[in-house]
Design a protein around this ligand. Structure first.
Ligand code: PLP
Length: 403
């Protein structure tokens, strides 16, 4: 149908499907959503306005939207062991925006991880609403170990008395010590928000500690390791629910995307399965295999390795910028993103590092042996300046993207 009505768009989409099929996707924040979740995204629910919440809408005809949203909320709570869930945020950034609006006033102090050290734009970057509306104190990582230094964070929290500390990151290859952060938040008498956008799938899969007991508010995306549709969510204790609901709608959003909420519900159902636990465990095994092979080849990894789904390679040691490495690899069909490394001398548009993650290739069924192969391919491209044009499609073909 799309082909007939809008052949231009249909052709572009088909080209991107081919690109996805024929390349090796190591973007740490991406994944392949299942056919079931994609079907829900394309459903008739896109037609419906459902401002409000189940049982209290501002439009007629919301009885089935109520059922969908109630199911999504119930599954989210079961999946994460949470008392409260709001599944309406359109994205991870909007989940954070709603959480800030619920608990902060403009000008309040927040503490978040520096973008250059692995934090996200919405954790207080100057160019984001978060840095524009709030007074931001950033924390980094230890320049030598590249690890979060809770001692330093405690000193900053006591000196600056933030209203909220944000923990969680976009490019941090190690575990987040939620309990350690909570001790600091209690001492500084402030709220603790965990942004688990990257590691949500690892948490529900049991391969990363959960923030549910130690953090006041939890925000996430649903499309990274959780492998659902593009979207966001907020979790918390029931007592915070009213404030968060009001902040999401009418605070920062209008009508919820009911087709996406249906798809989130399906994603949560998939993540509740035993297969998903195996999947999450394999993501971390694969990241570890990739890291070990890189180390054996003499590459420099930020923090010396990984505990989760991602690794950061310092390519300045190979005489390259992150931008150059990203482009060289993409020409061969290996998709990574340039990424700042802690205390990077290069601007964010250039960088000294590349970030690699295993969620997408693990969805394709790849295991440790394939990770080793890929590390050798990357070595060939970046160091030996050899092409791997034949090897990439062959490997991609052997592991088709599952429906
Ligand atoms: N939080 C973290 C830690 C992220 O890594 C990201 C996205 O990369 C987000 C929030 C924002 O998600 P979105 O792109 O859906 O706004």
């Amino acid at each position: 149908m799309l082909k007939e009505i809008d052949p231009e768009i249909d052709e572009i989409i088909s080209a991107d499907i081919k690109r996805q099929e024929n390349t090796l996707n190591l973007i740490a924040s991406e994944n392949y959503a299942s056919k079931a979740t994609r079907e829900a995204c394309a459903s008739w629910l896109t037609n419906k306005y459902a401002e409000g919440y189940p049982g209290a809408r501002y439009y007629a005809g919301c009885e089935f939207c109520d059922e969908v949203e109630a199911l999504a909320i119930a599954r989210a709570k079961e999946l994460f062991g949470a008392e409260y869930a709001n599944v309406q945020p359109h994205s991870g950034t909007q989940a954070n925006m709603a959480a800030y609006l619920a608990f902060l006033s403009p000008g309040d102090t927040i503490m978040g991880m520096d973008l250059a050290c692995g934090g996200h734009l919405s954790h207080g970057s100057r160019v984001s609403f978060s840095g524009i509306l709030y007074n931001v104190v950033t924390y980094g990582v230890c320049p030598k170990t590249h690890l979060v230094d809770l001692g330093k964070i405690r000193e900053l929290a006591i000196a600056h008395k933030p209203r909220m500390i944000v923990c969680g990151a976009s490019a941090y290859p190690r575990m987040i010590d939620f309990e350690g952060f909570r001790k600091i938040a209690d001492e500084a008498d402030c709220l603790l928000l965990a942004d688990i956008a990257h590691i949500a799938g690892l948490i529900v899969g049991g391969v990363h500690p959960s923030p549910i007991e130690s953090c006041h508010i939890i925000t996430t995306t649903t499309h990274k390791t959780l492998r659902g549709p593009r979207g966001g969510m907020v979790l918390a204790k029931e007592k915070y629910g009213k404030l968060i609901d009001r902040a999401v709608f009418p605070g920062i959003q209008g009508g919820p995307l009911m087709h996406i909420i249906a798809s989130k519900a399906t994603c949560f159902k998939e993540a509740l399965s035993c297969d998903f636990k195996e999947y999450a465990a394999q993501i971390t095994k694969n990241a570890n295999a990739l890291a070990e092979t890189f180390i054996s080849l003499g590459f420099t990894l930020i923090s010396g390795g990984t505990d989760n789904h991602l690794l950061l390679v310092d390519v300045s040691k190979e005489g390259l910028t992150g931008k150059e490495a990203e482009e060289m690899l993409y020409r061969e069909g290996i998709v990574v993103n340039k990424n700042t490394i802690p205390y990077d001398q290069q601007p964010p548009s250039v960088t000294s590092g590349i970030r690699l993650g295993t969620p997408a290739l693990t969805t394709r069924g790849m295991k440790e042996a394939e990770m080793e192969k890929i590390a050798y391919m990357i070595d060939s491209v970046l160091r030996k300046r050899q092409d791997v044009k034949d090897e990439v499609p062959a490997l991609a073909k052997s592991f088709p993207i599952p429906e």
